[in-house]
Design a protein around this ligand. Structure first.
Ligand code: NZQ
Ligand code: ZN
Length: 385
């Protein structure tokens, strides 16, 4: 296990009725901006609960943050935050709303051009407005981490930045808010969280038992509970387990002291930027193909995953790895996700365009060994055609 420092100050309020705790988190002297997406929170009553909890506090609303939030929209929000002298940002939604709000928080306090935040990967962010979240989809972990991803619509660039300044002060995780999710977004969320764990687990062994067992626990939970909520969207216990698993999957705890892959995510971002695929849709195309291509390097962890998540105990490591890859593809499909580029009418031209974007973004040495170069991306993506 490698040395590490772990610190995560986000306060979590978890469970039914916890939205009311906003009252104790935001002081009456604060002027608040509620940020949200396309309106799901109006239909499912979450916005109403938030407004109740904000009684006595001055607030304005900024809606319309898109999935894969647009830089251009967020700049408009930053202008309003400055004009209205907002003190606190309350993000009510999924990863897109929370990520977008992180950018608004950093941008509002940044004296230069806001694109610098992206170009520097977040390094130029020295301060940000405080953020609170009411999470409405279990997926990204953004509610308890320091990362954010956004899209520049005019150039098809999907980019990210990281800064400790944008870690939410608090996040409210009420599983009931996710009852209203359409099946495809439920599936996306479960699979995104599942793949977050895999990015930190399917690498090579470093005798990190705590991290391995934690990863296996989260994977087993998502695999068991995911299908339940597709069948019964209002199964509270299953929604609760998924919600907490998704937060734990990407709040920094799991990645401590171990190698991390993330090639699937970095390449997937280009697929979203170029063709508008949902984030999770990109992951299920890329990860099985990458594993097939890098099977020798990942063999020990794939065999361990086969045994401890899929109960595949028989045969050589090679055979266990193959079976684990197949089981994973089957699980992705059972959650409603497709696993090939051709499922989205994408062919070899898409591979060429993805590789060009990776080059433009300087992403030329990916994976836990930093040995996935552009020619490797081309070769392994052909396995996903
Ligand atoms: O916009 P509204 O109307 O709210 O509808 C949303 C949206 O259309 C809908 N939705 C959310 N909660 C709902 C609901 N519909 C009904 N009932 C509810 N309770 O779901 C749609 C998708 O929402 P979105 O926020 O885009 O989903 P998700 O949480 O999957 O976020 C995806 C974004 O997060 C980024 C992705 O790249 C993508 O931009 N990621 C962020 C990460 C992070 N910050 O750590 C890590 C991830 O790997 C990922 O990159
Ligand atoms: Zn993800």
């Amino acid at each position: 296990m490698d040395n590490f420092t772990f610190y995560n100050p986000t306060r979590i309020h978890f469970g039914r009725g916890e939205i009311a705790k906003i009252t104790q988190e935001i002081g009456p002297e604060m002027k608040v901006m509620i940020t949200y997406g396309g309106g799901s929170i109006k239909k499912n009553g979450v916005l109403e609960q938030v407004k109740q909890a904000l009684k006595g506090i001055t607030f304005i609303e900024f809606g319309g943050i898109e999935p894969n939030p647009h830089y251009e929209t967020l700049l408009r929000a930053i202008d309003i935050v400055r004009e209205e002298k907002i003190d606190f940002l309350l993000a009510v939604g999924g990863g897109s709303v929370i990520d977008g709000t992180k950018f608004i928080a950093a941008g509002a306090k940044y004296p230069g051009h806001c694109w610098d935040i992206i170009e520097s990967g977040g390094d130029v962010v020295k301060e940000a407005l405080p953020i609170g979240c009411v999470l409405t989809i279990a997926a990204t972990g953004s509610e308890m981490n320091n990362g954010a991803s956004l899209t520049r619509a005019e150039t098809n660039d999907k980019v990210l930045f990281i800064s400790p300044e944008v870690l939410p002060r608090f996040s409210i995780l009420d599983p009931e808010t996710t009852f209203s999710l359409p099946a495809n977004q439920t599936g996306n969320g479960v699979i995104d969280a599942f793949v977050h764990v895999l990015e930190q687990y399917i690498t090579y062994p470093v005798h990190a038992k705590v991290q391995d067992r934690l990863a296996e626990g989260l994977l087993n939970t998502l695999k068991e509970e995911g299908p339940k909520v597709l069948k019964n969207p209002t199964d509270y216990d299953a929604r609760a387990n998924i919600m907490w698993a998704a937060t734990m999957a990407l709040n920094g705890l799991l990645k401590t002291g171990i190698p991390n892959d993330w090639a699937t995510h970095m390449i997937g971002m280009e697929l979203t930027g170029l063709y508008g695929l949902d984030h999770a849709q990109t992951l299920t195309i890329l990860m099985p193909a990458l594993w097939k291509y890098k099977k020798a390097e990942k063999l020990e962890k794939l065999a361990q995953y086969a045994a401890n998540v899929w109960g595949i105990e028989e045969g050589s490591d090679e055979s266990k790895a193959d079976q684990a890859i197949e089981a994973t593809i089957h699980f992705f499909e059972s959650m409603g996700l497709k696993t090939r580029l051709s499922d989205y009418d994408l062919g070899s031209q898409a591979i060429t365009e993805v590789v060009a974007k990776l080059k433009e973004h300087g992403l030329t040495a990916l994976g836990e060994h930093a040995n996935i170069h552009l020619d490797d991306v081309e070769k392994f993506m052909e396995l996903a055609l």
